[in-house]
Design a protein around this ligand. Structure first.
Ligand code: C5J
Length: 221
């Protein structure tokens, strides 16, 4: 056991380093880089790029400390058989599976589906390929966390109000304590970023805690 306490809102959270995992959600080229799916939907990807450097610092420390690091990717089989038909035509347009500047959009194995080089997984770090927004739906994430005795999740990634929120809400229901690092998560919508963080920590940590990369690094000593 190696206990720490992180300054967080709504109150500091003690955590055992050996029972804590860093979860980095969907830092994929299609979402984060200009020319990907996110930009094709009309979004400003620079808002997401801002989360990369702080997440790199957190990732580097987690690796140094030998913490479990988990990466997720949203995407689908090349034949799209795991993609609900409704998801294909959201917003009245078809994006998923069509040819984009970085290969077929959100299709596994394509360049755009993979993780940006700055946060690229190292050998031995589990990569969870998920067809949904949440990281538990139709994946083996819960089993991996159970097997390692994980109790606390330090959460980074994009987008805050979609895949990060869905994951944290589900994780909270499964009994994990989640700390979302505010500078390591991002949304295409500044208002959603602000309100999304408020929602997590509301009502005495209704489904998690909010802190930041500096506090995580300080807590780890
Ligand atoms: C979205 C995600 N926003 N990773 N995916 O569609 O949040």
């Amino acid at each position: 056991m190696s206990m720490h306490s992180i300054e967080a809102e709504p109150f500091p959270l003690p955590f055992d380093e050996a029972a804590t995992a860093l979860v980095i959600i969907d830092m994929q080229r299609d979402f984060v880089l200009p020319g990907g799916f996110g930009e094709k939907l009309g979004n400003d990807t620079s808002l997401l790029l801002a989360a990369v450097a702080p997440t790199q610092r957190v990732l580097e420390l987690a690796r140094q400390k030998g913490m479990l690091v988990i990466h997720t990717r949203e995407g689908h089989r090349p034949d799209l058989s795991d993609c609900p038909p409704a998801k294909l035509t959201r917003g009245g347009q078809t994006f998923i599976g069509t040819e984009g500047p970085m290969g077929r959009i959100l299709v596994r194995g394509e360049q755009g589906h993979d993780i940006i080089h700055q946060l690229y997984p190292k050998a031995g770090e589990p990569v969870i390929d998920k067809p949904g927004k949440g990281s538990f739906h139709a994946t083996d994430l819960h089993q991996i966390l159970l097997d390692r005795g994980i109790k606390t999740l330090i959460v980074c990634g994009v987008t805050l109000e979609v895949c990060v929120h869905t994951t944290v809400r589900e994780a909270n229901d499964r009994g994990y304590e989640c700390v979302v690092l505010s500078d390591c998560v991002a949304s295409y919508f500044p208002e959603f970023q602000r309100v999304g963080l408020e929602m997590i920590k509301a009502q005495g940590a209704i489904f998690g805690w909010v802190s930041n990369s500096k506090e995580f690094i300080a807590a780890m000593g």
